[in-house]
Design a protein around this ligand. Structure first.
Ligand SMILES: [Zn+2]
Length: 294
């Protein structure tokens, strides 16, 4: 189910489908005294890899599905520790209506093997260092996708795992209840300023070698967020209600049908509207419509 790729003392266990959802690429950091596993994915099987510690970049199902194979100290940013610890908290992030919520809980337990609860997840903050002997792994808080989303910088090997700042053509995802487009942009700026030799993403873009190549792709990824915002603005040449904006779709293509689509479209649209209103480019009228000012 996985193919190992070696980058210094970091091994990436690439899922056989390349890391496309619902799979992903697990990172293993082997120090002289301890081994850290980051984001054990659905592609792992029992005994694929041993660990002394596990760190979760954030509390989404694809990043924690393989956690069931490990009975070792487990860490996440304290803001995402509840979602890692509890299926109910994980689903709360999606803000789904009741029937879609029940369906999501069934899927997360049947398809991702998530238990209702996992005890003892330890919350950490930005800058937390895992000492693994001759190598360190430092937590870098990169909120936006979720409030506690984090990367991990492995030194001296200069491998920077950036989680779901995943460089896909889909662009940044900030559709959860507590996601933030503004924080996502600040986190993109933060990772752009960190020099590394390799940059590891959790999904299909895999590992990028070299800071210049990474920054170029990161720029294109960042531009997707602004492209959505521009598309929203253009749609508001005529006054539109939020329901019309949601129905027009600025995230998913029209053929995509899933119970979460409208919820995510609404959450993303609300954030772009707030940003555009702040910038003075859009006004909300008393009849509840939004329109472009220029
Ligand atoms: Zn995620």
């Amino acid at each position: 189910m996985v193919t190992p790729q070696i980058f210094g003392r970091v091994t990436v266990l690439t899922a056989d489908n390349g890391g496309v959802m619902p799979y992903g690429n697990t990172v293993v950091v082997r120090g002289s005294t301890r081994t850290l596993v980051i984001d054990p994915s659905l592609a792992l099987e029992p005994g694929t890899v041993a660990a002394d510690l596990v760190f979760l970049s954030h509390g989404h199902e694809d990043h924690i599905a393989g956690l069931r194979h490990f009975d070792v100290p487990t860490f996440a940013h304290h803001l995402d520790a509840p979602a890692v610890s509890s299926l109910e908290s994980l689903v709360d992030q999606f803000g789904l209506p009741a029937d879609a919520r029940a369906e999501a809980i069934r899927g997360l337990s049947d398809d991702f093997g998530l238990p209702p609860r996992r005890e003892g997840v330890i919350g950490v903050t930005d800058g937390h260092v895992f000492e693994l002997g001759d190598v360190t792994a430092t937590v870098v808080h990169l909120p936006g996708h979720t409030p506690g989303h984090c990367g991990v910088l492995v030194e001296p090997d200069s491998f920077f795992f950036v989680g779901d700042i995943d460089l896909t053509s889909f662009g940044p995802m900030y559709g959860d209840v507590h996601s933030s487009a503004d924080d996502f942009l600040a986190s993109i700026d933060r990772v752009a300023a960190i020099d590394a030799h390799w940059y590891g993403t959790f999904h299909q873009k895999g590992v990028i070698e070299g800071a210049d190549a990474f920054r170029e792709r990161l720029g294109a990824f960042r531009a997707k967020l602004y492209e959505r915002e521009r598309n929203v603005l253009e749609f508001l040449e005529e006054p539109r209600t939020l329901a019309e904006i949601v129905a027009r779709r600025f995230v998913y293509r029209p053929h995509v049908s899933a119970p979460y689509v409208d919820t995510i479209e609404r959450r993303v649209a609300e954030q772009h509207l707030a940003r555009l209103i702040d910038a003075g480019d859009v006004v909300e009228s008393s009849d509840g419509t939004f329109a472009r000012t220029l």
